[in-house]
Design a protein around this ligand. Structure first.
Ligand code: COA
Length: 252
């Protein structure tokens, strides 16, 4: 072990940047990184911060660590090491933004799919080569990818080894935006600024309600709205809107 932390966490006021930090192995996700991600999730859950995830170097993440994967057996698979952490990331209270420069393959792609937003660069490549290694994409891609891009393209990626270029991923909106590598982090922060300008509790409940199971609607929507209708922030934001309008009318 190099002794270098596999995840660097940079705290901001309303957001946190997680930097995958194993550039020598293209940020391959090993057990230590998964543990560090759980620790980071605990903090992001407690403080309800927006999360930006970026890879150190010119790769987002080249998947789960194949050296560790090769040695894993049935019991490890049943433990759901990667599926659990990506699921936890997907359920974080505030939006998550994956900043994908270079390769996002295998578990790296599944981590990206678990985010609410994905921004790439012209050299982003997204794919799931798991079946080529004799395993399946078991940490979210099998179902989440079809939700994101539809069954036909998901099957090309999962069953026929198709790797998407940035342009292709953008055309199906798997990437929200493509920017130059030097602008990637700043673009992520601009998106985080836009999210942070909304009422935080409204954003948080909107995300939770968006992902609630079909049967929970519309009850869950109504309950979440009931909570928001009683907040001071809703009253203040609506009053500010109406006051602005009244002022405009007064100036006519
Ligand atoms: N797990 C463990 N090690 C990995 C890795 C992974 N998923 N991906 C890359 N590495 C290591 C390589 O073994 C190599 O180590 P070395 O320097 O000790 O030889 C180092 O990272 C650099 O990789 P390399 O292949 O030389 O870099 P590249 O820039 O030419 O290619 C990739 C980058 C991502 C295309 C290529 O590394 C790759 O295909 N990785 C595996 C992707 C994959 O199948 N992921 C699914 C896992 S489920």
């Amino acid at each position: 072990m190099s002794g270098k932390p596999s995840l660097l966490v940079e705290e901001g006021e309303n957001r946190v940047v997680w930097r995958l930090n194993r550039p020598d192995v293209r940020n391959a996700i090993d057990r230590t990184m998964v543990d560090a991600l759980h620790e980071a999730c605990a903090a992001a859950e407690a403080e309800a911060k927006i999360v930006l995830i970026v890879g150190e170097g010119t790769t987002f993440a080249a998947g789960a660590d194949i050296a560790q994967l090769r040695e894993r057996g049935r019991e490890d698979a049943l433990r759901g090491i990667n599926s659990k952490i990506f699921d936890r990331i997907h359920r974080l209270p505030m939006p998550t933004i994956g900043l994908l420069d270079g390769y996002a393959l295998g578990g790296g792609a599944e981590l990206a799919y678990a985010c609410d937003f994905r921004i790439g660069t012209p050299r982003t490549r997204l794919g799931n080569p798991e079946t080529g290694l004799g395993i399946l994409a078991a940490a979210g891609a099998a179902w989440r990818l079809a939700e994101l891009v539809g069954e036909p393209l998901a099957k090309e990626i999962l069953l026929a080894g198709r790797v998407l270029t940035a342009e292709e991923a953008l055309s199906v909106h798997l990437l929200n935006e493509v920017v130059q590598p030097d602008d990637l982090l700043a673009t992520g922060h601009l998106l985080a600024d836009r999210i942070a300008a909304q009422a935080p509790l409204a954003t948080r409940l909107m995300k939770a309600v968006f992902h609630a199971p079909r049967d929970a609607h519309p009850f869950v929507d109504d309950v979440a709205q009931a909570v928001l209708f009683e907040t001071e922030e809703k009253h203040a934001r609506m009053t500010a809107f109406l006051d602005r309008r009244n002022r405009k009318e007064g100036n006519r």
